[in-house]
Design a binder for this molecule. Sequence first.
Ligand SMILES: *[C@@H]1O[C@H](CO)[C@@H](O)[C@H](O)[C@H]1NC(C)=O
Ligand SMILES: *[C@@H]1O[C@H](CO)[C@@H](O)[C@H](O)[C@H]1NC(C)=O
Ligand SMILES: *[C@@H]1O[C@H](CO)[C@@H](O)[C@H](O)[C@H]1NC(C)=O
Ligand SMILES: *[C@@H]1O[C@H](CO)[C@@H](O)[C@H](O)[C@H]1NC(C)=O
Ligand SMILES: *[C@@H]1O[C@H](CO)[C@@H](O)[C@H](O)[C@H]1NC(C)=O
Ligand SMILES: *[C@@H]1O[C@H](CO)[C@@H](O)[C@H](O)[C@H]1NC(C)=O
Length: 419
Amino acid sequence: MQFGKVLFAISALAVTALGETTSSLICATLTSTTRISIASGCSLEDFTATAQSNLDELSDCEAVRGDIHIAGSLGSAAIANVKAIYGSLIVKNATSLVSLTADSLTTITEQLALSELTILDTLSFAQLTSVGSIYFVTLPALEETGFHTGVSDTESVYISDTALTNLDGIVATDVDVFNVNNNFNLDTVDSHLETVSSALEVSFNSDDVEVSFDNLLWANNITFRNVASVSLNNLTTVNASLGFIESGFQKLSFPGITRVGGSFSIVDNDDLEEIDFSNVQSIGGGLIIANNSKLTDFSEWEDLQTVGGALVLEGSFDNGSFPSLRAVRGAFSLESDGDISCDDFSDIRGDTAGEYQCSAASFSTSASAQSSSSSTSTGGSSTHTGSSTATSSSSEDAGVALAPASLFTLLASIVLGFL
Ligand SMILES: *[C@@H]1O[C@H](CO)[C@@H](O)[C@H](O)[C@H]1NC(C)=O
Ligand SMILES: *[C@@H]1O[C@H](CO)[C@@H](O)[C@H](O)[C@H]1NC(C)=O
Ligand SMILES: *[C@@H]1O[C@H](CO)[C@@H](O)[C@H](O)[C@H]1NC(C)=O
Ligand SMILES: *[C@@H]1O[C@H](CO)[C@@H](O)[C@H](O)[C@H]1NC(C)=O
Ligand SMILES: *[C@@H]1O[C@H](CO)[C@@H](O)[C@H](O)[C@H]1NC(C)=O
Ligand SMILES: *[C@@H]1O[C@H](CO)[C@@H](O)[C@H](O)[C@H]1NC(C)=O
């Protein structure tokens, strides 16, 4: 056993922090390298429990200062009477551990870190409400959080590679980080969050995961990847970046959002048919809408006035416009094999600081071939009526002079189409 001598130092710090008298003293039986300040609670140093008997030594400590580590081959672990840990509870690579119980515990000031516990299937934290951070990683048998009262106060939630089906018991409203990834049974995320000051990410959980952050007012960064649906009814501001990526939703309708401070990506969503961000007025970084194979219309950007980075649109668009757009500070690039015409974006060319590129149908409504051509149309994609590409770093029309090339390309693509 790793315990050596006991130091009965009374810690003034512990006394004040724990707010109890020095008379209740305990832990005398502890034989340990563990330094123990017994006042109201016990002060620990290098405390690692590898058997329940080690944890039993804490049974007279209502509060513990220092970290509790649990490791080794114990099958169950119970921390009976400890109400507060001024430090962390770290359980790692206890590969025989099936259950962990700490039903008196209300507070962990630093981390609750459980990782590499391959058969842990029962957690019970009947009264835990306040935790510095929750870190659950590689808990492949864990289906429930065990937070029976609900953790309402935490800074950070990181949950990865567990068998959780929901996040019941995590009821905090304001956090720095909320990152839930690779939990393949997780099909519901119904969050109480109101603000996320650093990053919110939900990625690669169940393909069917329905995500709802209806109390969320603002978040610094948001990324949703591989989710089935997203609801963000109260969200108004994303301070930095926002991404909807590789997901299964058909519709993204968030008329409440008015500002995205960083980049905004809507990429690789194969079922997405409809988007509505009609009240977004500014995007601080780039806006990229690409590889959403069913998205033919990006009309609902009525209020968008400025894009701080590049504006990149790739897809089979028939319809779309940015009627209020006044400035694109990066490049503009539209690449479409739908019916949308470059003519509809000629106004934006003048407002674009960077390179302007448009490769799209151009014979739909306008008579003037307005652009040069270096079309990439080949046999595989020659169903549309024509294409043109314009590349320009100024607002001038690159123009008519290059129209013959455009015709040549059109012919070439028709020819290739029949090969
Ligand atoms: C995890 O625990 C097992 C046995 O309990 C041990 O063999 C292994 O070395 C430990 N792994 C790490 C990374 O500590
Ligand atoms: C994000 O924006 C909201 C609304 O403008 C603001 O209240 C909040 O302080 C900002 N948060 C950060 C981290 O910048
Ligand atoms: C939005 O927040 C308000 C309180 O700010 C709340 O009453 C309302 O239920 C929230 N909306 C949704 C859809 O949850
Ligand atoms: C938030 O987004 C910004 C801009 O995309 C990025 O630089 C930053 O690293 C992100 N922060 C976090 C915590 O993910
Ligand atoms: C779109 O998909 C193609 C092919 O998978 C890839 O090469 C391209 O980089 C993707 N574009 C974006 C913006 O992700
Ligand atoms: C394109 O948008 C216009 C006006 O919003 C609408 O009348 C028209 O039906 C739309 N066309 C397609 C193909 O969606």
